[in-house]
Design a protein around this ligand. Structure first.
Ligand code: INI
Length: 163
């Protein structure tokens, strides 16, 4: 979560795994096309941060889904391929007038959590902005709070190389 003390784009480059190790690894990004004005900026932040930390361009695969709710299904299929060291799920859910927001947020949060408990499966990183309004989302996809896509790419590399 971004706070006034924590910018989503900030990380300690010295705490990252060696580029020698990372350069042979494969990463998948699943991005939701809903609120694409936001999610495509998350995507761009994530791709840049993966590359900056040594991931080869050819080893980054990007997949699109219609909405955040579908991130779980796509991530599950990608886990089953056994090709990736980590999967990054990117989306943006903005609160509306009905409880739909809560159901989508709950669905994708539980879905991703469930995938992370699967045995012998790669981690799925939770990159879904869940905000009260468009401004809060804009602040977190490259605005004053940084870019959650960068945070997720950094997390993906760290978690993929934990053990
Ligand atoms: N999907 C989002 O990613 N963000 C939203 O803000 C959103 N809203 O507001 O409805 C949204 N809905 C679509 C949902 O993710 C599914 O694609 C749809 O329900 C079909 O399963």
């Amino acid at each position: 979560m971004a706070t006034k003390y924590h910018n989503l784009s900030d990380y300690d480059i010295n705490s990252m795994p060696s580029k020698e190790v990372v350069k042979t690894q494969h990463y998948a990004i699943v991005v939701s096309d809903w609120n694409s004005n936001i999610t495509f900026r998350l995507l761009s932040g994530a791709v840049d941060a993966l590359k900056e930390n040594g991931v080869a361009c050819d080893n980054i695969d990007v997949f699109h889904v219609p909405g955040s709710f579908e991130l779980t299904f796509a991530s599950k299929e990608l886990q089953n391929m056994k090709k990736y060291n980590a999967i990054i799920a990117l989306g943006c859910v903005i609160r509306g007038d009905t409880p739909h927001f809560d159901y989508v947020c709950q669905g994708v949060t539980q879905g991703v959590t469930m995938l992370n408990t699967k045995e012998n499966a790669c981690p799925v990183i939770f990159g879904v902005l869940t905000t009260d309004n468009l401004q809060q989302s804009e602040d977190r996809c490259g605005g004053k709070m940084g870019n959650k896509g960068i945070e997720c790419a950094v997390t993906a590399i760290k978690v993929a190389n934990l053990f």
